[in-house]
Design a binder for this molecule. Sequence first.
Ligand SMILES: CC(C)(COP(=O)(O)OP(=O)(O)OC[C@H]1O[C@@H](n2cnc3c(N)ncnc32)[C@H](O)[C@@H]1OP(=O)(O)O)[C@@H](O)C(=O)NCCC(=O)NCCS
Length: 220
Amino acid sequence: MGETFLPGAHWTTERVAAAREAMIALRDSPEMQTLMRTVAEATDSGHDPASMAAAMSGVIADGRVTTPVRREACLVRRGRRGDEAGLTRLIVEGNLPPFFIEPFIDGFLVVEHEGDIVGCGCAEMYEDSSVIRSVVVSSQARGLGIGLEIARLLEDDARLSGARHLYLFTIEAWRFWLRLGYVDISIDSWQVPARENWQFQFISQFPEAVKEVHVMGKLA
Ligand SMILES: CC(C)(COP(=O)(O)OP(=O)(O)OC[C@H]1O[C@@H](n2cnc3c(N)ncnc32)[C@H](O)[C@@H]1OP(=O)(O)O)[C@@H](O)C(=O)NCCC(=O)NCCS
């Protein structure tokens, strides 16, 4: 894969602070609070949280990439304005909640194949901790090692940006992360700055909504 994603090159102190501030403003907005409560209530009555979240954000997982993906034709780059729709589609395809893309857009890792976004992920920075989120590879591109490469680049990005602790939440990809050395941890063991993370807040507020979620972590 061609690379223009330089780990550690994005997260300056100013960018970390700006992304955190934008994330908190969105997280605490009345609209988002209502959406989160609705997702939690719907999940209590048996729907899975990712599809509820996707449905409520008005996204349908159409526009999937259907052409075969060749790894050598993929380019890895930073996200930029204009990627939001492609990232949302891919994250929904991965059964993950397509939220809080905007505040972190230029910190995202994007894998592009012939103009389509076929892979993504982001290492959100919280002082000496990072929350790895939205790691998805399009179904046409799975099994080529792209997921592992995304994970490793995000880990490098976090480490080189000052992270000592790496955290993530997962339901379906638990074994994938085990293989990368993550272990199940208690949510109570998180470093304080990382607790601002929107997923952390949702899961702490509505633990019943996400019973199957694994909270994982490792040292960077
Ligand atoms: C998890 C995911 C990103 C892996 O992408 P990928 O490009 O297919 O992964 P790779 O080709 O790098 O696979 C690496 C290894 O992990 C394994 N693996 C891949 N996905 C896995 C999964 N969901 N569970 C367990 N193992 C998995 C592969 O079999 C492979 O092992 P092998 O080399 O022994 O065969 C992809 O399956 C995906 O997008 N899943 C849906 C979204 C999701 O759950 N993301 C994680 C959110 S925290």
